[in-house]
Design a binder for this molecule. Structure first.
Ligand SMILES: [Zn+2]
Length: 467
């Protein structure tokens, strides 16, 4: 049968089970070998433009063959089908991998308020589902979690907690009376006063197997004491002894330099006060330091002084918590941005962030997508990730480069390559179906028709709130 022409699949044995034992597939189409046994769980999405996350040109008229939770093969859109397979014609549509947010925060925000009281399972599941509606399939929570997150993370990976997949830094490391401010609802972080205390805290954190360790190295423009190098040096060293990577909140080039010197693994925000010197870029590359831009947060900081183009767009409005639209469009809010002495520096930060992300990207450093969504009411879940894609293009990346950064690279940062982030035989069938092709215009990532997780459609995209 001609169906055997489909692209070969290398299914790792044990991944797919049909009745008894694992199935062995060689170069022939597995589906052709499964009459009556597994075809019922095969779905073929046909005649679609496919962006697989690897950065190559989109494949036109493709067929994505989904078997259970995983992709079985990618084939020609006109390949003959098994009788029992479910066929979905996606003529005119584009499929891309789910977006992965390598820097977010769960359970801090509700309405217009940040509070420790918002850290509930209900609120977190609601936020995970909002991410999912926007095509964000996984999130790394950067240091604002409590120990109750660990069982939720386990359930999330077992498939029993809905929405985006959870990765976590657990309880991060801040400064006594300093950053991150307790007033933001962030009251569970470690705040070691000495290097010895810092090591003990890492030893307490390590058995929970956080995906990374998060530290904050910032003084919020002189408002708070900044973490000293001897403290973060001890945290980094102790984390490495426990085979854990360290991600740092940073703002200033000087701090980035010291952190890289002391072995930090991930810079979790852009350097925004100066261009990163060539020597530091070279050191980052040599030491395999990854970089996350979170440029949307800098834009959101001052965007509502005027009315940004997206203000009335339903794609934005649906992402807002109740009360936030009224807040950001109020004269008082606009006035507070105008009156804030930090506003000129924040406006100046974005073009510097653009320059730096392009520079580290061009140097071949691993750059992942992160947004800091959920850390304040003005950084909405889902919208922030699409806005960050647009800002990556403004910074000089092509739409396909931006998409690869948000999918393959972010999955690599989470050490989840092979599970999601790219679409090929063997990976989870986690993807977004779009009405328009985002390789032509990055705004088209917003044209979400449906979102798929583990081989099943789980959302028709963003929708108005029911509350
Ligand atoms: Zn953050």
């Amino acid at each position: 049968m001609r169906a055997l022409n489909l692209q070969s699949t290398k299914l790792r044995s044990g991944k797919l089970r049909f009745g008894t034992g694992a199935l062995l597939c060689g170069t022939l189409l597995c589906a052709g070998l499964l009459p009556g046994m597994a075809a019922a769980q095969i779905t073929v999405l046909r005649h679609v433009t496919l962006i697989d996350g690897n950065g190559g040109a989109p494949r036109r008229n493709a067929a994505l063959i989904v078997n259970g939770e995983r992709i079985q093969a990618i084939a020609d859109g006109d390949a003959p089908l098994l009788k029992e397979a479910t066929s979905i014609d996606l003529t005119g549509k584009t499929i891309m991998p789910e977006i992965v947010n390598a820097h977010g925060h769960l359970g801090l925000l509700k309405g217009t308020k940040m509070s420790a009281a918002n850290y509930t399972e209900d609120n977190i599941v609601r936020q995970l589902q909002q991410y999912q509606d926007y095509g964000v399939g996984a999130v790394l929570v950067m240091g604002t979690d409590r120990d109750t997150m660990y069982p939720w993370r386990a359930q999330s990976h077992a498939g029993t907690l809905p929405g985006a997949l959870i990765y976590t830094a657990g309880r991060g490391f801040g400064v006594p009376e300093g950053v991150p401010p307790v007033s933001m609802g962030i009251d569970a972080v470690y705040r070691p006063a000495t290097p010895e205390e810092a090591r003990k805290d890492v030893q307490e954190l390590a058995p929970h197997k956080p995906d990374v360790v998060k530290i904050w190295v910032d003084d919020f423009w002189g408002q708070y004491p900044k973490m000293k190098p001897e403290i973060y040096g001890a945290i980094i060293d102790e984390a490495h002894r426990h085979h854990l990577r360290v991600a740092a909140h940073i703002y200033h080039e000087e701090d980035a330099q010291k952190l890289v010197d002391l072995g930090v693994d991930i810079l979790a925000h852009s350097v925004r006060d100066a261009e990163i010197p060539d020597s530091l870029v070279a050191e980052m590359k040599r030491k395999h330091v990854a970089y996350i831009g979170t440029m949307d947060l800098d834009e959101f900081m001052t965007a509502y002084e005027d009315d940004p183009a997206w203000l009335t767009d339903p794609f934005f409005r649906y992402a807002l918590e109740p009360g936030v639209y009224e807040m950001i469009t109020s004269p008082g809010y606009k006035q507070s941005i105008q009156n804030d002495k930090k506003t000129p520096a924040e406006v100046a930060a974005l073009p510097i962030a653009f320059k730096n992300i392009k520079k580290v990207y061009d140097a071949g450093i691993l750059v992942a997508l992160g947004t800091d969504s959920g850390a304040t009411p003005i950084r909405p879940f889902g919208f922030g990730e699409h806005r960050e894609l647009q800002l990556l293009v403004k910074a000089g990346l092509t739409p396909l480069q931006a998409i690869t950064l948000a999918t393959k690279n972010s999955a690599e940062l989470l050490r989840a390559s092979g599970e999601f982030g790219v679409l090929r035989a063997g990976t989870k069938a986690n993807f977004i179906v779009l009405d328009r092709d985002p390789s032509e215009d990055i705004l088209n990532t917003e044209s979400i028709s449906s979102v798929w997780k583990n081989g099943k459609k789980v959302s028709d995209g963003p929708h108005p709130r029911s509350e």
